[in-house]
Design a protein around this ligand. Structure first.
Ligand SMILES: [Zn+2]
Length: 286
């Protein structure tokens, strides 16, 4: 789906359901379509990414339908996009939509989470991304990736986007899958990002003051080495640890917080041996 204002300006690409069960982005797309006459400049492309995963959702099971054959947000490397590795419904779909995503001056990839906890705006630091931040409400925690940390490349890390100074890519974790506020946040942050890019009028100032979020730098993925891996605290999207504090136990291994302070981001509910468990981050100001 595409909206063209008929006036020169940025090309924004809004991506929903790259994880098929994370439906908040569809709400944001419906909201942008309803506002199509208000678009001030540029054009907006909207993509429902993992339709095959989405079709596998199960009522009452918010985790079901994340993907059909493989995680669609781990296969955006040059090699996978060129056809290396498994031929899956997700890799074929990624190859089909990659050229469109690569044209984005502003890429907005909308997600929700299995865990409770604060909302996260995640990005790689480019001049274009940095230029948008001051115009956004800081009602989320901001996570800047020092470098790619996941086992495969994210959508915003594909060749042509990662490190390109004129391009801004954001992954937004809008809240827990099954919470009513998650859709509303996806709509709000999408509007705020488009407004920051001068494509929509600025949003009405929300009443009251929200606490300002943290700014952190994502440094490293924790990988489980055993199926006995467990975090010591109940998982939340962002948790603070003092340096040296025990974050997790993994068989005989203990994972200690390496930074003062350390933040644990997006811990998996059940990490499996060899898989991603959660991201270690440090204070951006430190
Ligand atoms: Zn997701």
């Amino acid at each position: 789906m595409r909206i063209d204002s008929g006036r020169p300006g940025p090309h924004a690409v809004i991506v929903a359901i790259i994880h098929g069960n994370e439906t908040c982005g569809l709400s944001a797309i419906r909201s942008v379509l309803a506002e199509r006459d208000a678009i001030l400049r540029g054009r907006i492309t909207m993509i429902a990414a993992n339709v095959a995963g989405h079709a596998r959702r199960v009522p009452g099971q918010p985790q079901a339908g994340r993907f059909a054959e493989e995680d669609m947000n781990r296969l955006w490397s040059a090699a996978r996009l060129a056809g290396d590795g498994a031929d899956t419904v997700e890799s074929r779909r990624a190859r089909a939509i990659a050229p469109l995503c690569r044209q984005a001056d502003l890429l907005i990839d909308l997600h929700s989470m299995a865990t409770a906890g604060p909302r996260l705006l995640m990005f790689h630091d480019t001049p274009a991304a940095r230029a948008l931040l001051p115009a956004l409400p800081h009602d989320h925690h901001r996570v800047r990736f020092a470098h790619p940390v996941h086992d495969g490349r994210l959508l915003i890390e594909q060749p042509g986007l990662l490190g390109e100074p004129t391009r801004a890519g954001f992954v937004v974790e809008c809240g827990r899958h099954d919470r009513p506020g998650t859709d509303a946040y996806a709509r709000r942050i999408t509007h705020a990002l488009l407004a920051a890019a001068g494509m929509l009028p600025p949003p009405a100032t929300p009443g009251g003051r929200r606490p300002r979020g943290r700014d952190v730098i994502a440094v490293e993925m924790i990988r489980a080495e055993s199926d006995g891996f467990r975090f010591l605290r109940p998982p939340e999207a962002l948790q603070r640890f003092d340096k040296g504090e025990v974050i997790a136990e993994d068989g005989a291994r203990r994972i200690l917080a390496p930074f003062a302070p350390t933040y644990l981001l997006l811990p998996r509910l059940r990490p499996r041996s060899g898989g991603e468990a959660g991201i270690l981050a440090r204070d951006a100001a430190a």
